[in-house]
Design a protein around this ligand. Structure first.
Ligand code: F6R
Length: 607
């Protein structure tokens, strides 16, 4: 949610800011702005729309010696030029870019208003500029440090002052902030993608830290002015990973990448001799792992469905009670933390605020929380007590695809380890490993037939509404299929357990409401076949994803897409990829903005 970038250095300022914002655009894309600092003045350009709309209004010759930019995902105040960041104080000398939400902004606005400050926007963020103005007496860093304790909510904040050339102050609470160290240049941004073409040396800021940035130097300190010695890390991603390459959208590129990203999540973690998994990052001894009595997985959105799928398998294979909880609900529920319960926080970005806050709530109660994250150095990854990086590479499309299958892979390895420590024999462990290793090959064969899913999308994209129906381990996959279609094609879709349709959703069935059935060869297949017949009897079109050679299903369904035969536990992989492709092609048919769907943004750092 919202991307920010600050730059001090000698490169062409507008180029650095606009290309940086372009890389951050997936975080928010309803309006954008930049602030250019030149000796003792600040010039601001801001515009509703995409970064290309902003670029169009910035004169080519416009530049400066230090500056910052923002790409917005609106929370408070409509999407307008005026509400776009940067925001300024009354004098126009102080400018801020803010990612997050200031919850007490109305009270602050009232107070500052009564002191004579006048406001020009409907945003919560504008109060920050005026608050800093009210605290300022010649030292910008001090004014920021005096202001920050009065702000309730979350922020990744950049501040400039016309009278402080080549100085940017950054502050963080709850929203990410990363410092980039280049040669005679420095960056501060909400994520590394904004600076990767310039430097790979980064410092991750923590909550409560304030950064003072110039082109040659940076200082990090806390609110009581104590300097903090920060570790410098190296970004492992390559620049090409941030490009679409030969693909027309990031989403389709990322769907196809799953053939490589799943093996990456397994790399070095499979112990074929012992038929188990090696997961050193968990930071737990075998004895501690043996003591686990219950697993709770917390997450949001697609990551939640990966968690639900894994919880099903954990219980069935490792015989450990496992549940998945929405982080947003858990954090406000006063959860009961018990000895012997292990928590996993699953998050692609590692920055989802609800998940992060749930992690903190659980840790404050003494829970051990492990992270399953993609973004190295992200807040959840750093704050959790251990975990597994999924190494999918950057996921740029707003709709999550490759992260889902890599999250599953990492969780499956954990399940293997737990199962092998309990009831699973060596031979069964070997079979499990063989199954997991065969997944990429199966996906290759599905991807080679992507055209069949495109044809289905051509046939069905005008549907009013869709049902996605699965059972057992594929029930969460049905929910994920519905989510994908909703978020990128804007077609209403509901994911249900096929068993539940008779309790209500079947009332929705008509000729314009197709049902997508997930029919693997498991013990619930015959039940699904009955459910398909129930839908057909009511005139509803049926599309089925079933295993190669499943004639019976093909005879009932209007259309089928065959997936390679694979055992039940791995069926979520071969079911989800056709659903991702189907949603993608429906979105294309409907001419949607696939990578940047309306109202959404990647990395949800607000509540
Ligand atoms: C859907 C999607 C979202 C995310 C959710 C959690 O395609 O991308 O539902 O899965 O916002 O994000 P992370 O995994 O970054 O915590």
């Amino acid at each position: 949610m919202c991307g920010i970038i600050g730059y001090c250095g000698k490169k062409h300022l507008t180029d650095v800011l606009l290309t940086g914002l372009k890389r951050l655009e997936y975080r928010g894309y309803d309006s954008a702005g930049i602030c250019l600092g030149n000796s003792n003045s600040l010039t601001i350009y801001k515009k509703e729309g995409k970064i290309r709309d902003l670029t169009a209004i910035v004169p080519r010759e416009a530049t400066g010696s230090w500056g910052m930019g923002h790409t917005r995902w609106a929370t408070h105040g409509g999407v307008t030029d005026v509400n776009a960041h940067p925001h300024t104080d009354c004098s126009g000398k102080i400018a801020i870019c803010h990612n997050g939400i200031i919850e007490n902004y109305s009270r602050l606005k009232e107070k500052l208003g009564s002191e004579g400050h006048s406001f020009h926007t409907e945003t919560d963020s504008e109060v920050i500029a005026h608050l800093i103005e009210s605290m300022y007496s010649g030292d910008l860093e001090k004014a920021v440090k005096d202001s920050v304790p009065l702000l309730q909510g979350t922020f990744g904040l950049l501040v400039m002052h016309a009278d402080h050339p080549c100085e940017i102050i950054g502050a963080r609470n709850g929203s990410p902030l990363v410092l980039g160290i280049g040669e005679n240049e420095m960056f501060l941004a909400s994520d590394v993608s904004a600076m990767m073409s310039h430097t790979k040396q980064v410092v991750y800021c923590e909550d409560g830290e304030v950064v003072k940035l110039s082109a040659l130097d940076y200082q990090v300190s806390d609110l009581r002015n104590r300097p903090i010695d920060k570790e410098v890390s190296r970004i492992s991603w390559e620049l090409e990973e941030l490009e679409k390459g030969k693909f027309s959208h990031f989403m389709i590129k990322e769907i196809f990448e799953q053939v490589q990203s799943i093996p990456r999540a397994m790399n070095g973690r499979v112990d074929e001799n012992q038929a188990t998994a090696r997961l050193g990052g968990l930071n737990m001894t075998e004895r501690e792992l043996l003591g686990i009595k219950r697993v709770v997985i917390i997450a949001a959105g697609t990551s939640f469905y990966a968690g639900q799928t894994a919880a099903w398998l954990l219980e069935s294979l490792a015989r450990i009670p496992a549940v998945t909880e929405l982080a947003s609900e858990l954090r406000y529920r006063n959860p009961l933390v018990e000895e012997g319960t292990l928590y996993f926080a699953v998050s692609q970005s590692g920055e989802t605020l609800d998940t992060l806050m749930a992690v903190r709530e659980l840790q404050s109660k003494g829970a051990r929380v492990l992270g399953i994250c993609n973004v190295v150095g992200s807040t959840i990854a750093r704050e959790s007590d251990g975990g597994v990086y999924i190494h999918s590479g950057p996921e740029i499309a707003v709709a999550s695809t490759k992260a889902f299958t890599s999250q599953l892979t990492a969780l499956y390895l954990f399940i293997l380890k737990m199962a092998r420590m309990r009831h699973m024999a060596w031979l069964q462990g070997q079979t499990f490993i063989e199954g997991l290793l065969s997944v990429p090959r199966c996906l290759e064969s599905i991807l080679a037939r992507a055209g069949e899913l495109q044809a289905l999308a051509k046939k069905y994209h005008q549907a009013e509404s869709f049902l996605f129906l699965g059972r057992g381990i594929n029930y969460p996959v049905a929910l994920e299929g519905a989510l994908k279609l909703k978020e990128i094609a804007y077609i209403h879709a509901e994911g249900c357990s096929a068993a539940e349709i008779k309790h209500g959703p079947i009332a929705l069935i008509n000729q314009n409401t197709p049902s997508m059935f997930l029919v693997p060869e498991d013990h619930l297949r015959s039940k699904l076949i009955s459910n398909m017949k129930e839908i057909k009897a009511r005139g509803g079109p049926v599309i089925a994803l079933c295993m190669e050679g499943d004639r019976e299903t093909a005879e009932i369904a209007d259309d089928v897409f065959y997936v390679p035969k694979i055992s039940e536990e791995f069926s979520p992989f071969v079911m989800v990829v056709p659903l991702q492709l189907f949603a993608y092609y429906c979105a294309l048919e409907l001419e949607r903005n696939v990578d940047q769907p309306r109202n959404l943004a990647k990395s949800v750092t607000v509540e």
